[in-house]
Design a protein around this ligand. Structure first.
Ligand code: FNR
Length: 391
């Protein structure tokens, strides 16, 4: 079966299941405990309904944006996911090349199966690459990784905070014993075989805390994005302590099961700390006669001391994004961009670089048609009033 038979992102998932080894599939697909959060990540998007506006000219549509100041053809990046080589011999380099040719951004996992050097040598000139950091309990090893990231000219650090320990991923536990950790810097040289997740988390510092944000800021000039924020309280904390943004994420449901989803945390922020959102996104969802009849009321209210154009804090969402409609819903609610993890692992498993390119094209075309059918020509046209939440 060629890529021609892959019409949507779920087709990639199905094809990858057929092609992957037992260990690879267990690692990629697994989530914690009963996998309730993994399921909710996707089903929460189904609770958002569009409110399309008609008779607006939609021949022209532009899906491009800037993410932390870097150009991206669509408002979507490749979330950092470990061990791409379990699915395809070229691993993360497939993502690097596919991201370059389609103009999107790859976030490299601390536990990538290709070394950072291999990935950066496959990089096009000026291709932005973000790095996801797990802080090793041996702090000097973490410091070496940070200096390498600085030295190799990567463009942002995503500090993952939802994984002080690994979640209980039962598919992965059952498949254990057949995996040997690759020989990259990130893995402790343990000699014995473990489940993939277990091999990874033995190197992560469970005592990492908010004070370490200062420690990290002292070691890099790069923007720092906190990945794995699941409450409005922690989003506010990240903002107050000078992070450049947050990723509302539950790690694809792989950590604590039965948590909220990235989308529901975004709704929580809209309710309790709307000042974290860009001003135009602080308006309510759904119809409002008052707003419709007095469009000037839609002009955002800007808190004292803040200039509407100068907001620096970015809010990203990941988990359960499989459709262009999911992407557009998150943006209507105020996300700057979204991330996709498993979708790209599966795409590179099925088709290498071409698979990644095909996946981006699927998202791009679905985002374009969603925007057209919704009555939006550019991403800034997407508004909370274009969606409503059903119970
Ligand atoms: C991940 N994720 C992840 N996150 C991270 O910060 N560091 C990592 O090394 C990994 N590794 C990883 C491996 C695999 C196989 C998966 C599926 C996920 C989480 C990832 O960045 C992202 O948050 C989720 O994958 C998003 O959910 P979806 O798109 O997979 O539903």
């Amino acid at each position: 079966k060629g890529l021609g038979s892959i019409v949507n992102m779920r087709d990639f998932e199905q094809a990858a299941e057929e092609m992957c080894s037992k260990v690879a599939w267990a690692y990629y697909a697994s989530a914690a405990d009963d996998e309730i959060t993994k399921e909710a990540n996707n089903s929460d998007y189904k609770k958002i309904r569009f409110r399309p506006r008609v008779l607006r000219p939609v021949k022209e549509v532009d899906t491009s944006t800037k993410i932390l100041g870097y150009d991206s053809t669509i408002p979507l990046w490749i979330s950092p996911a470990a061990m791409a080589k379990l699915g395809h011999p070229d691993g993360e380099v497939n993502l690097t090349k596919g991201a370059a040719s389609t103009g999107i951004i790859q976030c490299i996992s601390s536990f990538a199966s290709c070394s950072v050097e291999e990935i950066t040598s496959a990089r096009q000139p000026n291709q932005p690459l973000f790095f996801q950091l797990y802080v090793n309990s041996k702090r000097h090893l973490a410091e070496e990784v940070i200096s390498k990231v600085n030295r190799l000219g990567l463009n942002a650090i995503l500090l993952t905070v939802d994984a002080p320990i690994g979640g209980k991923r039962e598919r992965d536990i059952r498949a254990k014993g057949e995996f040997e950790a690759p020989k990259t810097d990130a893995f402790d040289k343990q000699g014995e075989t473990k489940g993939v997740a277990e091999a990874i988390f033995s190197a992560v510092d469970p005592d990492l805390n908010w004070k370490d944000l200062k420690w990290l800021k002292e070691r890099t000039e790069l923007p720092i994005i906190i990945k794995g924020v699941q409450t409005v309280e922690d989003a506010v904390q990240a903002y107050n302590l000078g992070a450049d943004g947050v990723i509302l994420s539950n790690h694809g449901g792989r950590q604590l099961d039965t948590t909220s989803t990235g989308l529901s945390t975004l709704l929580e922020i809209r309710q309790h700390a709307p000042y974290l959102l860009r001003p135009a996104y602080r308006t309510p969802t759904g119809p409002s006669r008052e707003l419709v009849e007095n469009p000037e009321l839609l002009v955002p209210s800007v808190p004292a001391g803040e200039k509407a154009t100068e907001r620096k804090f970015s809010i990203f969402v990941d988990g359960g994004i499989w459709r262009g409609t999911d992407v557009v819903k998150a943006l209507c609610l105020g996300a700057d961009a979204v991330g996709v993890g498993r979708g790209f692992l599966f795409a590179q498993t099925v088709g290498g670089v071409k698979g990644v390119e095909h996946a981006v094209k699927i998202f791009e075309s679905e985002i374009q048609s969603t925007m057209r059918l919704l009555g939006a020509n550019k991403l800034e046209d997407l508004r909370p009033s274009m969606v409503d939440i059903v119970n």
